[in-house]
Design a protein around this ligand. Structure first.
Ligand code: KG4
Ligand code: ZN
Length: 342
């Protein structure tokens, strides 16, 4: 069974073909980060325009690389939530048109759930139930995964997402965008114990996260005193070495909280497997710590390879195929896009 996946929820225009919900036959991603870089974050209007420019090409290439004609696909899977509304509508409209043209069923996919489904594509022997942690630029959330198509939200951030915190601190340090990989690289040269930054909710028995206090603590440390952001002051106050130490200490504060919450949840729900997904799951410290603790405590640990952690359409095609197999197709006329989770 062949599924075509389409993903345009944020700043990646992606299309992929997946066989039987697991085997990736083609996987095309056009990233726009160069365009958003100088703004320090994603500009919705630019994102929508770029999706319009690239969507047909991405789909055409995904089909070409899979060596198939569009009429050979069994279903079309498309992200319809959550994300930037203008961006989602580009992918959804393309999917609807192909549905009409080819006479194929359409299946909507929740992007955040797809990030966890990427875990099953990485390790098909994944044993449900599992706990899923999705950490990206827009989300930091814990889920109880009871089956490939069943995701129950447990809790998440009450302010910034983890990836957003990485992006904002990278911006503070004038490193570039997206900030996660740049902080990750800089942190490798610093001392993670140099600064004791706050780790909100780390020891509390709940499913909450908060990163805004940490962000403010790093800002004040970078300036040498509390107050509104002053780039001149930051430049004069921190040299390369201090920057690396701050990056390492900031990264450790974020990852310590994520790891603590993931295993608290897994323990509490008595699952056997843990999955981490989303862009921040590319982080080298997170991957090391989750693997190490999971091994120590006897969990099956699943973290997809980096290209399946960041936004892609393979995970959308995969989850869409499972929904299609379970008879969960959508009505073409009723299907809409939603910026929020539900
Ligand atoms: O899942 P994703 O590609 O897009 C969203 O759905 O948001 O995640 C993007 C986020 C960005 O905030 C980026 O800075 C972060 O993932 N990221 C990382 C790393 N690689 C990407 N954060 C920390 N360490 C990394 N190595
Ligand atoms: Zn994402």
């Amino acid at each position: 069974m062949l599924a075509l996946g389409i993903e345009t929820s944020c700043d990646e225009t992606a299309a992929a073909v997946v066989r039987d919900g697991l085997d990736i036959i083609s996987d095309v991603v056009y990233t726009q980060s160069d365009l958003h870089c100088r703004f320090g974050g994603v500009v919705p209007e630019i994102a929508s325009r770029m999706h319009v420019e690239k969507i047909s090409l991405a789909i055409e290439q995904a089909l070409d690389q899979a060596g198939i004609d569009g009429r050979q696909v069994d279903c079309i899977a498309v992200t319809n939530r959550p994300g930037l509304l203008g961006s989602l509508l580009v992918g959804l409209t393309a999917a609807k048109m192909l549905t009409l043209a080819w006479g194929k069923p359409i299946v909507s996919v929740n992007h955040v759930e797809a990030h966890m489904y990427a875990g099953r594509m990485t390790q098909p022997d994944l044993e449900y139930p599992a706990v899923g942690l999705v950490v990206s630029g827009g989300h930091t959330a814990l889920y109880h995964n009871t089956a490939a198509t069943e995701y129950h939200y447990l809790g998440g951030t009450i302010d910034d997402a983890a990836g957003e915190a990485f992006d904002k601190i990278a911006n503070l340090f004038e490193l570039g965008y997206p900030g996660g990989p740049l902080i990750d690289r800089l942190a490798a040269q610093g001392d993670p114990e140099a600064y004791a930054f706050p780790k909100s909710f780390a020891r509390e028995n709940n499913y909450k996260f908060s990163f805004s206090g940490l962000k403010t603590a790093v800002l004040y440390e970078a300036m040498g005193s509390p107050g509104p952001r002053n780039d001149e002051l930051i430049r004069s106050n921190i040299n390369g070495e201090r920057k690396a130490d701050m990056a390492a200490s900031f990264q450790k504060a974020v990852i310590d909280v994520l790891v603590a919450k993931l295993f608290y949840t897994a323990d509490r729900l008595r699952v056997k497997a843990v999955i981490a997904g989303g862009g921040v799951a590319c982080n080298s410290l997170l991957r090391r710590e989750v693997e190490a603790r999971g091994r120590r405590e006897g969990y099956q640990v699943i973290i997809p390879p980096p290209e399946l952690c960041t936004d892609n359409a393979a995970m959308v095609a995969g989850l869409g195929a499972c929904r299609f197999a379970a008879g969960q197709c959508d009505d073409l006329a009723q299907l809409d896009a939603f910026p929020r989770m539900a």
